[in-house]
Design a binder for this molecule. Structure first.
Ligand SMILES: Cc1cc2nc3c(=O)[nH]c(=O)nc-3n(C[C@H](O)[C@H](O)[C@H](O)COP(=O)(O)OP(=O)(O)OC[C@H]3O[C@@H](n4cnc5c(N)ncnc54)[C@H](O)[C@@H]3O)c2cc1C
Length: 380
C-alpha cells in the first residue's frame, strides 16, 4: 500500500496537464498510465493539433480557450520549448454553413480579430486553397497548431519536477472508496489517496462504468500529403476546417515535417470500446482522404505519404464532459472531448486541479457537466 494526495488515472492530453497543475500546487501526485506516454494507442498522437478561438462549436468555449492560450505560452516559457505556432486559421464553407456562421458568431461575441474572405481573396493570400466561388472563409489570425507529443512530454516533465511520481505501463483495474479516501488497484499494486482524477480518454467507461452517459468511440484516419510544392508550410498555409457539404467537414494542418495533414471530421465507424477498433490503416482509408484532397485542394494531391489511425471519444452532444462524480465527491473526471479537446486540455487539467484543491474551478464549466445527460437534463 502506498499513498499520495491525488492519483491521476491516464496521462494523455488531459491527465498530463492535471498531473502538472496538481504537482505545481504542492499536491503529492501519483500518475498512472497503461502505456508509456506519448503513445499511438489513444487520441493524442499525429504531430499536430489545431488551436483556435473563433469556435463554431459554441461561444461558451471561449473562456476555456482564452485560458488554454495563456497556459500553453506559460508552459513554453517554463520549458523553453516551442509548443504552439499561430499562423492563422480558415473556417471555410457556404456563407450559411455551421462552420462559417458559428466561427463568425464566436469571434463577434468575444471581439476576436477575424476577416471574412471571399473565395478569390483566400486564393490570393493562400495559393494552396482554391475555394468554389460560392464558398467564403472566416480567417482567424490567432489560430494555429500545437505539437501534441511535445506538449504531453512538457507537462509530464514539469509534473515530475514538482515531485509527481509517474508510473507507465501500469493499468488501473478498479477503485473503491475507503472512508473519505479512494483505493486504487492496478495490475501491479494498490494505492490510496485523498482524491482521484480520472482522465482515461476512450477508456473512461472502464474506470467509471456507472456514469450513465452513452459514449461512442469513433475511428479517425488522418493522412499526410507531400505533393512536392511550396505553399504548405505554416507561414503560408493556415490550419483549416472546411464544411464542404452541409454538416460534413474536413480539417487540415500545414506541413510541419511530415506533409500536409488532412482528416475527415466525424465520419468514422463508431464502436463501443477502443478494443473494438480496427487499428490497421487500410489503403481504402487513406484513399478516402485523398479523394477529398483531390476535390478541395487539387494542388496538394499526391499519393498519401503516411496515414495514422486515431479515435474520438464522443458524448451524445459532442461537447466536453468535465465534472465531479455524483456519488463520490473525492473523484473528478474529464474525458470524451468529442474530437476537439486537445487545444483546451491544459485548461481542463488546471480546472480539475482546482476542483481537487479549491472545491470548484475558477471558470464556469456548467455547460460540460454530467447532469445535462440525466433525466430532465438538456440531453436526456
Ligand atoms: C485524428 C484526431 C485529430 C484531432 N484533432 C484535434 C485538433 O486539431 N484540435 C483539438 O483540439 N483536438 C483534436 N483532437 C481531439 C484531441 O486530440 C483529443 O480530444 C484529446 O487528445 C483527448 O485527450 P485525453 O486525455 O482525453 O485522451 P488520451 O490522450 O487518449 O489519454 C487517455 C489516457 O488514459 C490512459 N488510460 C486509459 N485507461 C487507463 C487505465 N485503466 N489505467 C491507466 N491508464 C489508462 C491511456 O493509456 C491514455 O494514455 C483530435 C483527435 C483525433 C483522434
Amino acid at each position: 500500500m502506498r499513498t499520495a494526495d491525488v492519483i491521476v488515472v491516464g496521462l494523455g492530453a488531459v491527465g498530463s496537464a492535471a498531473a502538472y497543475h496538481l504537482a505545481h500546487r504542492g499536491q503529492r501526485v501519483l500518475g498512472l498510465d497503461r502505456f508509456s506516454v506519448p503513445h499511438p494507442h489513444g487520441s493524442t498522437h499525429g504531430d499536430s493539433r489545431i488551436i483556435r478561438k473563433a469556435y463554431f462549436e459554441g461561444a461558451h468555449y471561449l473562456p476555456l480557450l482564452e485560458q488554454a492560450y495563456t497556459l500553453w505560452r506559460d508552459l513554453e516559457a517554463e520549458t523553453g520549448e516551442p509548443l504552439m505556432q499561430l499562423h492563422g486559421g480558415l473556417n471555410i464553407g457556404l456563407p450559411g454553413s455551421e462552420v462559417v456562421t458559428g466561427a463568425q458568431h464566436s469571434a463577434e461575441s468575444y471581439g476576436l480579430p477575424y476577416e471574412r474572405l471571399s473565395a478569390r481573396e483566400v486564393t490570393a493570400r493562400f495559393p494552396a486553397f482554391e475555394l468554389p466561388p460560392d464558398h467564403i472563409a472566416i480567417f482567424e489570425p490567432d489560430a494555429g497548431l500545437l505539437a501534441p507529443e511535445a506538449c504531453l512530454r512538457a507537462h509530464l516533465r514539469r509534473a515530475e519536477h514538482h515531485g509527481a511520481a509517474l508510473h507507465f505501463g501500469e493499468t488501473v483495474l478498479r477503485w473503491e472508496t475507503a472512508g473519505q479516501h479512494v483505493r486504487v488497484t492496478t495490475d501491479r499494486s494498490t494505492y490510496e489517496a485523498a482524491a482521484l482524477v480520472v482522465c482515461a480518454g476512450g477508456w473512461l467507461a472502464d474506470v467509471l462504468p456507472a456514469l450513465g452517459v452513452p459514449l461512442t468511440i469513433e475511428r479517425q484516419v488522418t493522412a499526410w500529403f507531400r505533393p512536392g510544392m511550396e505553399g504548405l508550410q505554416p507561414a503560408v498555409c493556415p490550419v483549416f476546417i472546411w464544411e464542404y457539404a452541409p454538416g460534413q467537414a474536413c480539417y487540415g494542418l500545414p506541413d510541419v515535417g511530415r506533409g500536409l495533414k488532412v482528416g475527415v471530421h466525424h465520419t468514422g465507424e463508431e464502436v463501443a470500446h477502443p478494443d473494438d477498433l480496427a487499428r490497421a490503416v487500410e489503403a481504402t482509408d487513406s484513399e478516402g482522404v485523398r479523394a477529398l484532397v483531390r476535390d478541395l485542394l487539387p494542388t496538394a494531391d499526391a499519393p498519401p505519404s503516411d496515414a495514422a489511425m486515431c479515435f474520438y471519444t464522443n458524448t451524445p452532444d459532442q461537447h466536453f464532459l468535465i465534472d465531479r462524480h455524483p456519488s463520490h465527491p473525492q473523484v473528478v473526471f474529464a474525458s470524451a472531448c468529442s474530437g476537439h479537446g486537445f487545444k483546451a486540455s491544459n485548461a481542463v487539467g488546471e480546472a480539475l486541479a482546482q476542483m481537487v484543491c479549491d472545491g470548484q474551478p475558477t471558470l464556469d464549466l456548467a455547460a460540460f457537466s454530467l447532469d445535462r445527460f440525466s433525466e430532465g437534463g438538456k440531453h436526456s
